[in-house]
Design a protein around this ligand. Structure first.
Ligand code: ASP
Length: 583
């Protein structure tokens, strides 16, 4: 069969007038036009073109047709300026129906309001929508840009296996039974972490891969079981070189997608991010920074303010925009987030022009304390001062959430604000037995200035910083990485602290520890979550909008019906027996 078309629907223009063209696509819309004619909007991935066809062709929505005719100007009064092809149409049409269609399960317009399960069940129809096509093509552009950038910077693309032993990213593994070794299982990779480190030992120097990662986690709105990362590792470098190379790839991706190149990416320590924004992934598209007030209450006589930490934020205009009910709701939220309560004050100008706080708690505050709140929060007439008095951790955490609740712009506003967050703590918390829980995977290098704290144990461990870092975009964690431990002695100490004894370490990561005995270069790396990056570039909150065939939030695929049972013979071959569900 020769090529059926001469042109794409959405690319015809007035310059094509008088040409005879063949266009192919799906019937988007059909309108009657006089006695024996109909207007057909024919759609392909480039857009739609109006064709005037004889009514005897019974063309229905989503029929696949080939139309041959001549391009001509539209009649006056029928020009559609909101459409790229709106000045022309194809007339004198010959129509060939290539394929018929049942009525589509939902209308294919961009503002379609259909249950997502239905869209996923008929994803092939959903993908025909212009918005979905834009997302897929944007994604391809991003992939291409990062590949070119990594290649240009000397990174080698290496594919790592999908059937592996467990990888320590802290999630549950998906497992695959081995038919040839009944009772044994492969894990699907949570990330290529261990293989990319082995590549460094193998002298690769700079590795990258657009890698599929699989984690059996409870799905939240912004997660999928399988997701894509730009995964990279480099030898003989520290974090600055990682930032430079990954930054370059990310900027290239943004430029390819939007035409604009982001400026330099700022760096902030984890501690600063907590103190200023109450978050390890601060959204710096807006201010409302957390303000320190603890010292201003050093001489307080009130129990309310006799706490380790007092901090606040100022909501401009909040005294008028938030009524009592809204403030009560905020207070409830703060309690749910872990605070004992929320101290709030409307800010009003007095007769003398000076502003003062109004609120139930002012009676527990001296004039100097009230003045300090106004002054430090920069309060003006009509503002709302919001204060949390608690432990430092709780005050930061709750104010951080409150700040987002009150100030966060919509996903597609405020530009793209990238930020590196450095010096993450090595450990997240201590478990009941007092053993530290790693904040990253166990190969993360402790900060050289804090290594001595490893010997102190106990709570001092929570102050140990690491050489782990994240890339944050508009309040989303876009990726993480670290400088790795490449020395056996430090690795054994960290394993020891994590309660991983030599035997367990040998069983789980013996192959990596072995490799490190044969000359491991210092190395560091990173992984960028591509689904999230593409979603943000497309102005989408939901990553499923930029994934061709995503799973639902309950982990199913309504299109193929995965996951599904397998037959008994197959189970037997694998040496498996399925237990009835626990009741
Ligand atoms: N493997 C890590 C992750 O998936 C990234 C890294 O440390 O390079 O989060």
């Amino acid at each position: 069969m020769t090529n059926l078309r001469t042109d794409y629907c959405g690319e015809l223009r007035t310059a094509d007038i008088d040409r005879t063209v063949s266009v192919c696509g799906w019937v988007d819309r059909r309108r009657e036009h006089g006695e024996h004619l109909a207007f057909i909007d024919l759609r392909d991935h480039t857009g739609v073109i109006q064709c005037v066809v004889d009514e005897k062709h019974d063309l229905r929505s989503e029929y696949v047709v080939r139309i041959t005719g001549s391009v001509r100007p539209r009649l006056e009064g029928t020009v559609n300026t909101s459409l790229a092809t709106g000045e022309i149409e194809v007339g004198d049409c010959e129509v060939e129906v290539l394929s018929v269609s049942e009525p589509p399960p939902f209308p294919l317009h961009d503002r379609v309001d259909v249950d997502e399960n239905i869209r996923l069940r008929y994803r092939y129809v959903d993908l025909r929508r212009a918005k979905m096509q834009r997302g897929l093509r944007l994604r391809a552009k991003v992939n291409r840009a990062v590949r070119l950038a990594m290649d240009r910077q000397g990174f080698v693309e290496i594919e790592t296996p999908m059937l592996v032993a467990s990888t320590p990213e802290g999630a549950r593994d998906f497992v695959v039974p081995s038919r040839l070794n009944p009772g044994s299982f492969y894990a699907l990779p949570q990330s290529p972490q261990l293989f990319k480190q082995l590549c460094m030992v193998g002298g690769v120097d700079r590795y990258y891969q657009i890698a599929r990662c699989l984690r059996d986690e409870d799905l939240r709105a912004d997660r999928q079981f399988e997701f894509m990362q730009l995964d990279a590792e480099m030898s003989f470098v520290g974090q600055d070189e990682v930032f430079a190379c990954i930054g370059e790839a990310v900027k290239d991706a943004v430029e390819a997608a939007t035409g604009e190149r982001p400026g330099p990416i700022a760096t902030m320590t984890w501690l600063d991010a907590q103190e200023r924004y109450g978050s390890d992934k601060p959204d710096v598209r807006f201010g409302m920074e957390l303000t320190e007030l603890t010292d201003a209450f050093a001489h307080t006589e009130s129990k309310v303010f006799t706490v380790p930490c007092i901090k606040g934020i100022n909501l401009e205009g909040g005294a008028d925009s938030l009524g009592r009910n809204a403030i009560d709701e905020l207070t409830d939220k703060c309690k749910r987030w872990g605070a004992k309560g929320l101290a709030w004050f409307r800010v009003r100008a007095g007769g003398n022009g000076a502003v003062a706080l109004e609120g139930a708690l002012t009676k527990f505050m001296s004039d100097a304390e009230q003045a300090a709140v106004v002054d430090r929060l920069g309060c003006a007439d009509g503002d709302l001062a919001l204060i949390i008095a608690d432990t430092r951790r709780t005050a930061n955490h709750v104010l951080g959430l409150l700040r987002l609740e009150l100030g966060r712009p919509p996903v597609n506003e405020g530009g793209l604000n990238f930020l590196w967050i450095t010096e993450f703590p090595l450990f997240e918390a201590l478990d009941e037995a007092g053993s530290p829980i790693p904040a990253h995977h166990p190969f993360t290098m402790p900060h050289p200035d804090d290594v001595h704290l490893l010997d102190e144990g106990g709570n001092a461990l929570l102050d140990v910083r690491s050489l782990a870092y994240d890339l944050v975009l508009n309040g989303w964690e876009l990726g993480s990485g670290s400088v790795r431990i490449h020395r056996g002695d430090i690795q054994s100490r960290v394993f020891g602290l994590l309660g991983i004894g030599p035997e367990e370490a040998e069983a789980k990561f013996g192959f990596l520890l072995d490799a490190f005995r044969y000359g491991a270069p210092p190395h560091a790396g990173f992984a960028v979550g591509l689904d999230r990056l593409v979603a943000l570039l497309a102005g989408e909150e939901n990553i499923r909008e930029v994934i061709a065939f995503p799973k639902t939030q309950s982990g199913g695929d309504p299109l193929t019906n995965a996951p599904s049972p397998i037959d008994d013979r197959h189970l037997e071959e694998l040496g498996l027996r399925v237990l009835p569900p626990a009741t």
